[in-house]
Design a protein around this ligand. Structure first.
Ligand code: PEP
Ligand code: MG
Length: 315
């Protein structure tokens, strides 16, 4: 039976051998941010800005965006906040950004791709974020969703820097971006693994379809191996590799992600305590052994079992 841990997080993710793994919150509103700060999250690893505008029919202006962002960032003054630019489309369509006539919205003009059609939307968002950055004591970093090519990463980074936002990353949530992580890390400061979409796109299994849940499982060895490619690229470049998909908040998977090279994990605030407790009992070498065993497996079930065996031994 799974152990249910009721543990408070004291605000510092660290392995048994003293390796710091910052544990951050995923937020989409000021209320989420307050809950994350109250749970002692070390910062925000994913601010889903599209959640601020789900009920809007028309694009929010720069002033309105600045205010919305400032309210979410405020509880994290003095700490890191990774703001994701609008990830409109697929499961989160925004009427002012998406075309609802697409046959395959998950493969369509979503995330950063919206800026091809509507560059002003991204320009306005970056302008609002630059103003929010100037006004705030938080350390704001910006990242783009749904990146597939090095050129997309490069042009996003250029636009952010031109807008006065110096620290830029992209999400790794397509297999293409994972395989090109080394080249992408040449042009951005950090990457963050969106394991929800990375799993969906690697396994070609709709993340909303529970019938395909066994395929849409981040324990699938193909997904773990791709995450390992990204972790290795980050280590080689000396740049941060975050995880901000659901997997980062799973106490079974979190050590495996760290073993594959994740340098921080972002999650729903209630997951902070259980993940911190798990990491505190394991060394980085334990995490690496679990990761190796899981990634070398043939099935998701075997990967889970292999990691669990290594970690049970270590704990
Ligand atoms: C992800 O895809 O893992 C992710 C964090 O982004 P979202 O769930 O918002 O698509
Ligand atoms: Mg995603």
């Amino acid at each position: 039976r799974a152990r249910v841990e009721v543990v408070a997080f004291d605000g510092a993710g660290v392995t048994a051998d003293g390796i710091r793994i910052p544990l951050l919150a995923n937020v989409g509103s000021a209320a989420d941010a307050e809950a994350g700060a109250a749970a002692h999250a070390e910062g925000v690893g994913l601010f889903r800005t599209e959640f601020c505008f789900l009920d809007r029919r028309t694009a929010p202006g720069v002033d309105e965006q600045e205010q919305a962002y400032a309210a979410v960032i405020a509880p994290f003054d003095g700490r890191k906040v990774v703001v994701r630019t609008l990830d409109a489309g697929a499961d989160k369509p925004l009427p002012f950004a998406n075309d609802d006539e697409e046959e395959n919205p998950a493969l369509g003009v979503r995330g950063l791709r919206v800026a091809r059609r509507n560059p002003a939307l991204l320009d306005d968002q970056l302008a609002a974020l630059a103003r929010a950055t100037t006004a705030s004591a938080a350390e704001i970093q910006v990242m783009a969703p749904m990146v597939a090519t090095v050129d997309e990463a490069r042009s996003f980074a250029e636009r952010c820097r031109a807008a006065g936002l110096p620290t830029v990353g992209v999400m790794i949530e397509t297999p293409s971006a994972a395989l090109l992580a080394a080249e992408i890390l040449d042009v951005v400061d950090f990457v963050s693994l969106g394991t929800n979409d990375l799993t969906q796109y690697t396994m070609a299994a709709d993340r909303l379809l529970s019938e395909l849940g066994e395929l849409g499982d981040t324990w699938q060895p193909a997904v773990l191996r791709l995450i390992g490619v990204v972790g290795a690229a980050g280590a080689k470049a000396g740049k941060a590799v975050g995880v901000c998909g659901e997997a980062g908040g799973d106490p079974e998977l979190a050590p495996v992600l760290v073993g594959l090279g994740a340098t921080s994990l972002s999650m729903s605030p209630r997951a902070l305590g259980p993940v911190a407790a798990r990491l505190a009992r394991l060394t980085l070498a334990d995490c690496r052994r679990a990761a190796e065993a899981a990634a070398a497996s043939e099935t998701a079930a075997a990967a889970r079992a292999a990691a669990a065996a290594v970690l049970a031994d270590a704990e």
